[in-house]
Write a protein that binds this ligand. Structure first.
Ligand SMILES: NC(=O)c1ccc[n+]([C@@H]2O[C@H](COP(=O)([O-])OP(=O)(O)OC[C@H]3O[C@@H](n4cnc5c(N)ncnc54)[C@H](OP(=O)(O)O)[C@@H]3O)[C@@H](O)[C@H]2O)c1
Length: 299
């Protein structure tokens, strides 16, 4: 089976932005123009929710979310959900400008590029800061895995898994955390794992990909503690089987047997969990399973 902190003072922000401009950290529009397309989501106009104003993390300014792996599946669902909730969004994938799955919006920026390339991570962060002035949320959604017997994984398999799932997490997360620390406004990072880390299934042979997804769960907890005093929360969502293009060639009847509730999860089920973690001000270091109960036992 192929699977495939508080509210920063405005003056702090202005000083930081001036410094970033002066130091060239904020890219000129010329440097990023060729890979970035700004589009509109008229149907997804910002809606200010009362609950936002109650949470310490919520600044008066419109928040900015970065979503990697956003051209389809869970990532595309996240872009729509964040836009509906009033966030500005920077959406990345290798083909996102070619595929262009979203209606144009001044609150949406598309950044094309391989997330395992450090220059893509730099472009994503530069775009978020230059277009929207801040970064509040990062969802490390881009990820790959595929199944085969442990003894059949090749060096190229390992390198591609590490490059997308680990380096793709590392380069953008380091830059985002630097920006969040400079803003002094805290933030939320959500990583996407899989329930198979905790609950392997006989016949679903994904041992080597689990080195990377298990690593993401470990670093989720480590970062949650490292930045807890700065209000940067770090969590993970561990889906089971989700109905995305990743499973387009897998028989649905078989996929349903992999979750005790006997259904394949919808993109919305996972998106809802990510949005919850993004806005759950007292939750950090958590791995939230969205898997029809698979992590809880045998069936
Ligand atoms: N679907 C499931 O059942 C399931 C279960 C557990 C965990 N997950 C995890 O959930 C996340 C999303 O899965 P999904 O099912 O939505 O996947 P998907 O339908 O295969 O979509 C993957 C997305 O990632 C992008 N992508 C792939 N490689 C990339 C790279 N090197 N750089 C930047 N973007 C890249 C793809 O776009 P481009 O081709 O344009 O780059 C696409 O937008 C993944 O981390 C996956 O491991 C999924």
């Amino acid at each position: 089976m192929a699977h495939a902190l508080g509210l920063g003072r405005v003056t702090d922000t202005i000083v930081q932005l001036s410094r970033l401009h002066a130091s060239g950290v904020i890219a000129s529009s010329h440097r990023i123009k060729s890979d970035v397309r700004n589009t509109a989501l008229p149907a997804l106009i910002p809606i200010q929710q009362a609950s936002y104003r109650r949470t310490i993390e919520m600044a008066d300014a419109q928040k900015t979310a970065i979503v990697t792996g956003a051209s389809q599946g869970i990532g595309a669902g996240l872009v729509e959900a964040f836009a509906r909730r009033g966030y500005s969004v920077v959406a990345n994938s290798r083909n996102i400008i070619k595929v262009n799955p979203f209606p144009a919006s001044s609150n949406l920026a598309l950044v094309a590029g391989d997330i395992s390339d450090p220059s893509t991570a730099a472009k994503i962060v530069d775009t978020a800061v230059s277009r929207f002035g801040r970064i509040d949320v990062l969802v490390n959604n881009a990820g790959i895995y595929f199944s085969k017997h442990f003894t059949d994984y090749t060096l190229d398999d390992l390198r591609s898994l590490v490059s997308v799932n680990i380096e793709g997490f590392l380069f953008v997360t380091q830059r985002v955390i630097k920006q969040m620390l400079a803003q002094k406004t805290g933030g939320s990072i959500v990583n996407i794992s899989t329930t198979l880390v905790d609950h392997p299934i006989v016949g679903v042979n994904v041992s080597v990909p689990m080195i990377t997804k298990g690593g993401l769960e470990a670093v989720t907890r480590s970062l949650a503690m490292e930045y807890v005093k700065q209000g940067i929360r770090v969590n993970a969502v561990a889906p089971g089987i989700v109905d995305t293009p990743m499973h387009k060639d897998d028989p649905k009847d078989f996929l349903k047997t992999l979750q005790p509730m006997g259904q394949i999860s919808a993109v919305k089920d996972v998106v809802d969990a990510i949005i919850y973690l993004t806005e759950a001000g007292q939750v950090t270091g958590e791995v939230l399973h969205v898997d029809g109960g698979a992590h809880a036992g045998k069936w």
